[in-house]
Design a protein around this ligand. Structure first.
Ligand code: ARG
Length: 460
């Protein structure tokens, strides 16, 4: 028996239920549905639609349903279309006719939107915590890395040496924007739709402000049609998660590269690597690869929901039920990915010698030579040409850079000393730059930012 059977002569077909039931996936909204229902019932009590005894009876039944759901003793019935109807059915069983007053002045349209906002609000905060956990790992590894350096790349070609700490913090700052976006999206969704009813509000003297307040929302809806049809908060959350997933993917791609024999910049801890079923020698970066791969799925969830929303007329349409699976999956997957990448980065063994060897190419200081000339009045473009010609000469004639620099009339011994291994990175001294002096400041600033963000998301 469904909750809406009154107008219907026959029961729902098997095919209808098979196609439309959402219970399998919206069960996870149970705590939020219960919270919404308690607030709604108390609201009805405050405005005199329910007596205080009735409120007590229904709230007690809701509490018992909560216990049953948690204990796993809740028995779902074939007519339970979704978690919302299942809970209401059970409340009515427990509370008798009084339970039938739970849904007074409410529709599943405002009920579902309320539960989903409560859920999303909580999950975005949890994800912000998980991002900060990963940032802490990156910061710790950056501090540990000290003055170790590696090649910085553009076009995946060695460009200039950078501190390993600088490279790790580049990812950490990227994630700081994700924390921002998670909190920002969370702030925007902090609006209660409860009281909008099916689409138009109610003839009963509801007080959506008080209900919003009780549920911890910052505000109530301004327009009932908008309240029940708005899924911007899901789309926005999916975007924020997709971009976070893209950032995890880029970090993952570097782990894939760095753990290859070709790079050899890091060895994965056994707990964060996988083996091959056939090739005994293999140690594979599956976490990093899945961080990369799952980003595709997260982008798909965003584009999928936007496609669902794009042609919908006001207000509620059943299409909106399609908001949940992508959201739940995105939340789950990115949460798992953050934790796995955090563990991987915390335990990875960086091969600092190998990194520095790769960075100590004689051409690593090419731009330093140009800038040395610039400081002596040579226009940069001309300095660039001089050094470029030396690099070409060195490659073509197999003569060492140092030798050529020393012999060059515009350069000489002092300039040649710039080629000393390890020197180039120390000369990147400008604010935000890749050398030890600038990075020391950056670490202080990043730590401040991290603690600020930790305050914003709370400790817990
Ligand atoms: N499970 C549905 C959803 O998530 C419930 C809403 C159904 N509302 C309705 N008016 N048929 O959207």
């Amino acid at each position: 028996m469904t909750l809406w059977h009154g107008r219907f002569g026959g029961g729902p077909s098997e095919e209808l239920l098979a196609f439309t039931v959402s219970l399998d996936f919206d069960r996870r909204l149970a705590p939020d549905d219960l919270a919404g229902s308690r607030a709604h019932v108390r609201g009805l009590g405050r405005v005199g639609v329910l007596t205080s005894d009735e409120v007590d009876v229904i709230v007690a039944a809701l509490d018992r349903v909560g216990v049953e759901l948690e204990a796993g003793s809740f028995i779902f019935q074939p007519g339970d279309e979704d978690i919302h109807t299942a809970i209401e059915r059970r409340v009515t069983e427990i509370a008798g006719p009084t339970g039938g007053k739970l849904h007074t002045g409410r529709s599943r349209n405002d009920q579902v939107a309320t539960a989903l906002r409560l859920y999303t609000k909580r999950q975005l905060l949890t994800l912000a915590h998980r991002v900060i956990d990963l940032q802490r790992v990156l910061l710790e590894r950056a501090v540990q890395a000290g003055d170790a350096y590696l090649p910085g790349y553009t076009h995946l070609q060695r460009a200039q040496p950078v501190l390993l700490a600088h490279h790790l913090l580049a990812h950490a700052w990227t994630f700081a924007r994700d924390v921002d976006r998670l909190l920002d999206a969370r702030g925007r969704l902090d609006v209660s739709p409860l009281g909008a009813g099916a689409l138009a509000g109610s003839s009963l003297p509801l007080d959506p402000d008080a209900v919003a307040d009780e549920l911890g929302f910052a505000a109530r809806f301004e327009n009932s049609l908008d309240a029940v049809s708005d899924r911007d908060f899901v789309a926005e959350s999916l975007f924020v998660i997709a971009l976070l997933g893209v950032h995890l993917s880029r970090l993952g791609e570097e782990v894939v590269l760095w753990s290859s024999e070709e790079f050899g910049f890091l060895r994965l801890d056994d707990g964060y690597a996988t083996g091959s079923s056939m090739l005994p020698q293999k140690k594979n970066p599956d976490i990093a690869e899945l961080a990369r791969g799952k980003a595709g799925r997260l982008i798909g969830h965003l584009t999928g929901l936007l496609s669902t929303l794009k042609g919908l007329p006001l207000s509620y349409n059943r299409d909106l039920q399609e908001d949940k699976e992508p959201l739940f999956d995105a939340v789950d997957q990115v949460g798992l990915g953050l934790a796995a990448m955090g563990g991987l980065m915390a335990t990875a063994d960086f091969d600092l010698d190998r990194m520095q060897e790769a960075a100590d190419s004689p051409t690593a200081a090419a731009v330093d030579l140009s800038e040395w000339l610039v400081e002596r009045g040579v226009p940069f473009r001309e300095a660039h040409n001089i050094v470029g010609a030396i690099v070409r000469d060195s490659i073509e004639r197999h003569v060492g850079m140092a030798e050529l620099v020393e012999a060059h009339p515009a350069l000489g011994t002092e300039a040649a000393s710039l080629l000393e291994p390890g020197l180039a990175v120390t000369r990147r001294t400008t604010p935000g730059g890749a050398g030890p002096v600038a990075v020391a400041t950056q670490i202080i600033r990043f730590r401040e930012r991290l603690e600020l963000d930790q305050e914003r998301v709370g400790h817990g």
